[in-house]
Design a protein around this ligand. Structure first.
Ligand SMILES: N[C@@H](CCC(=O)N[C@@H](CS)C(=O)NCC(=O)O)C(=O)O
Length: 230
């Protein structure tokens, strides 16, 4: 039995974040795939928010991908995925929080928006969010990762949605703006990481997975929360 059990769903970008951390750290883990459309009763006993990812480690249940990932970085410190200096650690946390609170909700609201005006408004906001990240990353240094020469939790927290951008382009025509060249080259580097290669799904997979978002018929806890996030 592995030390870490992860309750995950292949389709879930938040769970992908955590699978990527486990892979980059070389942690032996047991993957428990959960059918989110038919959640088993036992899963509701494990996951307080009825969401994936959740991990179980030494009898302790940890949930919320950003918190799980910091927990894993503390329990399995090699290779480190947070910078050493407090200021640099704060920067990584600020941008993970920005992703969770601003960028990702906007990504989903744009996908679910049906009226052209609402789509245009969300697309404009998302574009502005991408430009903010681009500027922060440029200001911070040379890369090739978001915040320096070493892979951090910020990289693994953003990658899964960049992998899904072809779905956003397919349904809404929205892409990463051309002037975000630093983010473009970052994505090329990220695609080559072991964890991306082992967890990635192609554009067709994501396009299919987001059909219900794109016609706004998805009825999940997460979708309801994203609709209410504006
Ligand atoms: N804030 C959570 C979000 C996790 C999340 O939204 N997971 C989705 C799948 S991508 C889920 O399990 N949804 C279950 C549902 O909506 O019923 C995290 O970072 O872990």
């Amino acid at each position: 039995m592995s030390e870490v059990e992860i309750f995950s769903a292949e389709v879930c970008p938040y769970a992908q974040r955590t699978r990527m951390v486990l892979i980059e750290k070389g942690v032996d883990f047991t993957l428990r795939e959960v059918d989110l459309a038919n959640k088993p009763d036992w899963f509701l006993g494990v996951s307080p928010y009825a969401k994936v990812p959740v991990i179980r480690h030494q009898g302790r249940v940890v949930y919320e991908s950003a918190i799980i990932n910091e927990y894993l970085d503390e329990v399995y410190p090699e290779p480190p995925m947070m910078p050493e200096a407090p200021g640099a650690r704060a920067t990584v946390r600020i941008w993970i929080d920005f992703m969770n609170m601003k960028l990702l909700p906007c990504f989903y609201r744009l996908l679910m928006a049906q009226e052209p005006e609402k789509q245009a408004q969300e697309a404009e906001t998302l574009t502005a969010h991408f430009r903010l990240v681009e500027t922060a990353v440029r200001d911070e240094g040379s890369g090739p990762y978001l915040f320096g020469a070493r892979l951090s939790l910020a990289d693994l927290s953003l990658y899964p949605w960049f992998e899904r951008l072809p779905a956003l382009e397919h349904y809404r025509g929205t892409m990463l703006p051309d002037d975000c060249s630093r983010l473009k080259s970052w994505f090329d580097v990220m695609e080559q990481t072991k964890s991306a290669r082992e967890t990635t799904n192609g554009a067709e997979y994501h396009i299919k997975a987001y059909i219900k978002y794109a016609n706004d018929t998805v009825d999940s806890i997460s979708a309801r929360e994203m609709r209410a996030s504006a």
